[in-house]
Design a binder for this molecule. Structure first.
Ligand SMILES: C[S@@+](CC[C@H](N)C(=O)[O-])C[C@H]1O[C@@H](n2cnc3c(N)ncnc32)[C@H](O)[C@@H]1O
Length: 261
């Protein structure tokens, strides 16, 4: 599935979504996450891609942090290294939770990642981080809520099919998809973290037509693959320069910060 909003890792797609991601992040939670980092400790960004999380912290005024980027895509990490020459880059598989490089880490971050992951992985990560007393900040987890103005009577069935598609296995087991943020919060509390959560929806208006069009394409394709018979026609009707420019879209996400009690 190419260019589906939550599963394509092409650099062009990550670049396209970055401005909307940065606008969507909850600024208070980001500042609280930054305040967890002691001087000299490292921020480990899981599934870092090209380093968008680090840039979000820089844009918010937290430019002095030391970053360790972790991803299994060497091409994305090369771009991350070009853009952040001072950061460490580690190529590895997130599935190997026991061997995540936690040395000197004072904060674990992730963005647009946990909804791709199975519950077993999220739980294993929380247990590993809790053992080491490390806070976790996870941003931009798709939460299953999408709406458009003006609405279309097929929005609801397409959203339902897309949400089901989001639970497909992305390599480590069936993904939590829309439930990832809430399950992360529940599982963190169980092992003794205090969790703060916030909404971080994309709001796609006339300034975001290219992203909005690509998102609609991905949703329509995924919902079609999930068996929704109206999905492709819905995509045709919703897409195109004129239709997109006249539509406001909201794609729900949540951010969470877990801090050891
Ligand atoms: C949706 S992208 C998000 C990238 C970045 N965090 C951002 O917000 O732009 C998900 C990232 O997770 C990485 N990823 C997915 N599965 C992985 C795995 N099993 N091991 C390591 N990285 C993985 C992908 O290569 C990709 O960079």
């Amino acid at each position: 599935m190419k260019q589906t909003s939550e599963t394509s890792f092409e650099p062009d797609w990550l670049n396209l979504r970055e401005p909307a991601d940065h606008r969507a992040r909850d600024p208070k939670l980001l500042a609280s996450a930054a305040s967890c980092v002691q001087d000299g400790s490292i921020v480990l960004d899981l599934g870092s891609g090209t380093g968008s999380t680090a840039r979000a912290f820089v844009q918010a005024g937290f430019g002095k942090m030391r970053w360790r980027f972790f991803d299994n895509d060497a091409t994305l990490l090369r771009i991350a290294s070009d853009r952040h020459p001072e950061a460490e880059c580690v190529v590895g598989n997130l599935g190997d939770v026991k061997n995540l490089p936690l040395g000197d880490v004072g904060l674990i971050t992730a963005s647009a990642l946990f909804d791709l992951m199975p519950e077993s992985w999220i739980n294993a990560l929380i247990l590993r981080a809790a053992e080491a007393g490390i806070p976790i900040y996870t941003a931009l987890n798709y939460d299953g809520q999408m709406s458009w103005t003006p609405n279309d009577e097929r929005d609801c069935v397409v959203t339902r099919a897309f949400n089901w598609h989001q639970t497909n296995d992305k390599g480590l087991g069936p993904a939590l998809g829309p439930l990832s943020g809430s399950r992360f919060a529940e599982l963190s509390e169980i092992v003794g973290y205090t969790v703060a959560s916030a909404q971080s929806p994309w709001r796609l208006g006339p300034q975001e037509t290219q992203l909005h069009d690509a998102v609609l394409d991905g949703i329509a394709q995924a919902a079609h693959e999930a068996g929704e018979k109206h999905a492709l026609d819905w995509g045709i009707d919703r897409r195109g320069a004129v239709a997109v420019a006249e539509t406001l879209g909201t794609i729900g996400h949540t951010d969470h910060l877990s801090v050891p009690r």
